[in-house]
Design a protein around this ligand. Sequence first.
Ligand SMILES: CC(C)(COP(=O)(O)OP(=O)(O)OC[C@H]1O[C@@H](n2cnc3c(N)ncnc32)[C@H](O)[C@@H]1OP(=O)(O)O)[C@@H](O)C(=O)NCCC(=O)NCCS
Length: 225
Amino acid sequence: MRPSVQGTAVRLTGASKNKVAAVAKLTQISRAPPRHKVEAMTDQAPTMESEITDIPGKPTSASRTTLSHIMTHNDTNLLGTVHGGVIMKLVDDAAGAVAGRHSGGPAVTASMDEMVFLEPVRVGDLLHVKAQVNWTGRTSMEVGVRILAERWNESTSPTQVGSAYLVFTAVDADGKPRRVPPVMPETDRDRRRYQEAQIRRTHRLARRRAIRELRERRAAEGYED
Ligand SMILES: CC(C)(COP(=O)(O)OP(=O)(O)OC[C@H]1O[C@@H](n2cnc3c(N)ncnc32)[C@H](O)[C@@H]1OP(=O)(O)O)[C@@H](O)C(=O)NCCC(=O)NCCS
């Protein structure tokens, strides 16, 4: 279950309910990526068409979220800069909020991919963790996160200090995967992110399959580990 986001400011930069419905209608017609292409990349059994279309899509902006937090001395590592784990928790918190908002219920972190730290973060930095759903599958969502830092008391432009991609799976009360609304990218940038997320998904599945096959082969050859 998602941890609560205490002591941090969560700001939903999405649209109002009415705007969401209007955008959903528009993007469904003109811009929604074809579902059959998405499903073809999964390792799941093919999904019935009726199952695919009965959940209305949600535009990216409906769940896009920014979480902001000032870094203090409690957040440092032994070098005096901010501990990577502190940043990863904020990333997971922001992405979890987005996944919960998009899927309309609980969602758990299935994997954290490509967490990149570009610049050290310092005490006194105001961190902005910006997250959005990049892609949706049947029950999972890829959430993309950008991390920006600015001095808390200076009016300079924020610098990007990191990024990450996380996969969340929506779950029901028994912790079993449940279906998610298809995300509907709205801008060219959203559409590029959707396409890039599909590439990452394909690679994740191929890597998982290759490792599983290697282990099965080794087990068949009599190796114990
Ligand atoms: C994530 C979890 C619900 C998946 O359950 P499962 O029984 O393996 O379910 P499935 O194999 O049917 O996978 C469900 C979806 O998750 C995706 N998924 C599962 N494991 C994944 C992984 N390691 N990386 C990326 N995606 C993954 C599947 O691709 C599938 O997506 P799709 O429906 O869109 O195609 C389960 O492994 C779990 O509860 N893990 C613990 C989560 C947790 O505690 N997180 C930390 C705290 S929030």
